[in-house]
Design a protein around this ligand. Structure first.
Ligand code: MRU
Length: 365
């Protein structure tokens, strides 16, 4: 996507033989646009764990590039099998909820494992990571193409009046290689001249909505309004939301969906108010090995400091502000699971999929 007239993806490599990996360091947005260079698998593992980059699709692609860096690091360690295995498992264990990480790592390792020479392994791992980055971007583009008719239909029913869409967290291009999942249909609609307006949940505690989704929408010129996380129900009761589109971090075979904490409450409110609740995600986010999601999808617990402190800009300086007594106990659940019965459909790169096991299983072909 364009940032200051330059076309960016969220992750790329520089144009050299066995290059370093570069990412947009999202911790600095929306205040500063910072590019970080990652030269070792350790740096990549830290970038994923500490959320220099985040979002299910991007975590997966970053994991793939992390495997490439692990093989590259191994070149200087006599191609040590133990080193490679421990590096890959370290990357795999950085974040537990988004299944894209496991998906991508397994693809790279399976395509590399039968190669003998370490330099050929490195070259192949890089080639596969690049392929997965392109696949992720193309899937997200197609999610936009497939989701567009949903917005067009509502716009028609409203005689061209503005379609109000609520979204949670950031499932835009920053959460993938490009385009995004939940935001991709919105970008497609906006570019086609359909009037849209987005209600952006701030998404405490890390405020991905406030910091990232607003920044993306502003960049693209899409009208939007930032709201605190508890406003959605009120808006829905008052006819101010036409549809909800969120992303997903892991979808079980029956359609139960893990997404950023608070998504379940939005789905409940949408259901109670007869508002369609869509989940947009590429096939790489479906965990076909998992029959159901409730109680089964691992929910990431993050540090309490993310809840106790709010990060923001004060007098041109980025600061963390304590918002509760220092000794307060905190529980920081990163994700929740929305049962499939509350989901109208999945918007995927392969089309619109009903939230049931039969339809979801067909995606795995
Ligand atoms: O913790 P994050 O920022 O990595 O969480 C991921 C998300 O941004 C959301 O849950 C998103 O809606 C799905 S990721 C495309």
């Amino acid at each position: 996507m364009l940032v200051a007239n330059k076309d960016y993806r969220t992750i790329w490599v520089n144009d050299t033989h066995l290059p370093d990996v570069q990412i947009i360091d999202q911790r600095h947005l929306p205040h500063r646009f910072v590019v970080e260079t990652l030269s070792t698998y350790k740096q990549m593992a830290t970038a994923i764990k500490e959320m220099h980059l985040r979002g299910a699709g991007l975590i997966g692609v970053a994991g793939a590039f992390g495997v490439y860096l692990a093989y590259r690091d191994a070149m200087y360690r006599n191609n040590s099998v133990e080193f490679i295995q421990s590096a890959i498992s370290e990357i795999l264990n950085t974040r537990p909820t988004a299944v894209n990480l496991k998906w991508a790592i397994e693809i790279v390792t399976s395509r590399v494992e039968n190669i003998e020479a370490i330099d050929e392994k490195v070259t192949k791992a890089l080639e596969v990571a690049k392929e997965l980055a392109n696949l992720d971007a193309e899937s997200c583009r197609m999610i936009g193409v497939n989701g567009l008719p949903i917005i067009e239909e509502i716009s028609r029913k409203k005689n061209g009046e503005t379609v109000n869409i609520l979204t949670h967290c950031n499932a835009g291009w920053l959460a993938f290689t490009d385009y995004g999942s939940a935001l991709s249909p919105i970008y497609h609609a906006h570019r086609k001249g359909i009037k849209v307006h987005v209600w952006v949940d701030e998404t405490r505690p890390r405020n991905q909505g406030a910091a990232l989704t607003t920044w993306e929408l502003l960049n693209e010129g899409v009208p939007h309004t930032l709201i605190v996380d508890n406003v959605g129900g009120h808006l829905m009761q008052n006819g101010m939301v036409d549809l909800v589109i969120t992303g997903a971090d892991r979808i079980a075979s029956n359609g139960d969906t893990a997404n950023k904490i608070g998504t379940y409450l939005k789905a409940l409110a949408a259901h109670d108010n007869g508002i369609p609740f869509y989940v947009a995600a590429p096939t790489s986010t479906f965990d076909f090995a998992l029959e159901t999601g409730l109680g089964k999808i691992p929910i990431e617990m993050r540090t309490g400091d993310e809840v106790k402190y709010i990060n923001g800009l004060l007098n041109d300086k980025v600061v963390d502000v304590l918002i509760c007594p220092t000794q307060t106990q905190v529980a920081n659940y990163g994700f929740d699971v929305t049962p499939s019965r509350l989901i109208k459909a999945f918007i995927t790169e392969k089309g619109i999929i009903a939230p049931n096991t039969d339809e979801i299983t067909k995606l795995n072909c």
